[in-house]
Design a protein around this ligand. Structure first.
Ligand SMILES: Nc1ncnc2c1ncn2[C@@H]1O[C@H](COP(=O)(O)OP(=O)(O)O)[C@@H](O)[C@H]1O
Ligand SMILES: [Mg+2]
Length: 300
């Protein structure tokens, strides 16, 4: 079978996670294929939808993979560009190509606001959060939470996530956000036991393992210098991770959980995880699990 790895062509995404997936696909006797979401042609005509992609200056090929792993849609600079990339993936799904994570679940989970709406509806504990385009709403949220964390709706790796306890200092930043038409996402700061959080990886309906990411400061992203450590997961944590994955309709995910004196909080559900730290801590490579799960889905 041909297994596509969906990502943009514009930026180099041939990182170690992609290589792990390629190796897992080959090891299982299948063929890895690049699917470049920004290089596709979607021809709509009498015969239905025909998908092609430019793979080099003078070569165009059919996007005729049997299934695909959605990795990244790239850095979006324009609303219509975002639509174009989204609907390229949707066109693959419409043509009967199984994609994991599905575009729908990927969209839900990669947005910090919508994912929290869905999780709280399912009774999953998340930190108190207020999101708004109005800076006075954000200002009041910082006052209420006293110690707050400010995030982007679609950020990653801890970049741009900052902590503030003075609403008037925050107001200066909020006024810049307002000028840039950026929404403000304000969250109550949680004191995490052990100075880090847990990352649990789920594939299908199985927890494949967990790591504890010990931060150098309050952030515990590997990209922010945190150390990945092996973790023993209890039944409650596993259940929260599975419930979170299911609530968002994800088929593979990295669920971040903070342990506090008031219990376990889900900080985030990541639909396109990077697993190098996890691999180091647990000696488990998620790539094989993800590819096997996709192959089972294709065969169904
Ligand atoms: N409400 C919070 N209280 C305490 N720490 C937090 C909170 N939210 C996030 N963090 C820390 O900041 C890091 C980045 O936040 P996160 O929401 O996961 O964004 P990103 O998508 O950038 O990883 C997390 O690893 C977590 O440890
Ligand atoms: Mg995170």
């Amino acid at each position: 079978m041909d297994i596509g790895l969906i990502r943009p062509y514009e930026v180099e995404y041939n990182n170690r996670d992609i290589v792990d997936l390629e190796e897992a696909i080959s090891a299982l006797g299948h063929k890895p294929r690049n699917v470049y979401v920004d290089n596709m042609g979607i021809r709509i005509g009498k015969g239905g939808i025909k998908l092609t992609q430019i793979v080099s200056r003078d070569k165009r090929e059919d996007v005729d993979v049997d299934g695909a792993v959605l990795r990244h849609l790239g850095f979006i600079k324009d609303f219509e560009q975002f639509g174009s990339r989204l609907w390229s993936v949707r066109a693959m799904e419409e043509n009967g190509i199984p994609v994991i994570n599905s575009l729908n679940s990927w969209l839900c989970a990669s947005d910090k606001l919508y994912s929290f709406i869905l999780l709280s509806k399912k009774g999953i504990l998340v930190p108190e959060t207020e999101s708004s385009e109005n800076m006075f709403v954000a200002y009041n949220a910082v006052k209420d939470f006293k110690e707050a964390v400010i995030k982007q709706l679609r950020g990653a790796m801890g970049f741009g996530v900052f902590r503030v306890n003075d609403a008037d200092v925050a107001m200066h930043i909020f006024s810049y956000f307002t000028n840039l038409s950026k929404p403000m996402y304000v969250q109550k700061f949680l004191e995490k036991k052990g100075g880090g959080d847990y990352r649990i990886i789920v594939v299908g309906d199985q927890v494949i393992g967990g790591e504890f990411r010990k931060g150098v400061d309050w952030k515990s992203n590997i990209a922010q210098g945190a150390t990945p450590l092996p973790a023993k997961l209890n039944a409650e944590m596993k259940e929260i991770a599975l419930k979170t994955t299911e609530a968002l309709g994800l088929e593979y995910a990295g669920i971040d959980i903070a342990e506090t004196k008031d219990g376990y909080y889900v900080l985030e559900a990541n639909p396109t995880i990077s697993w190098q730290g996890f691999k180091q801590a647990t000696k488990i490579n998620p790539a094989g699990h993800i590819v096997k799960h996709l192959i089972t889905k294709i065969k169904k």
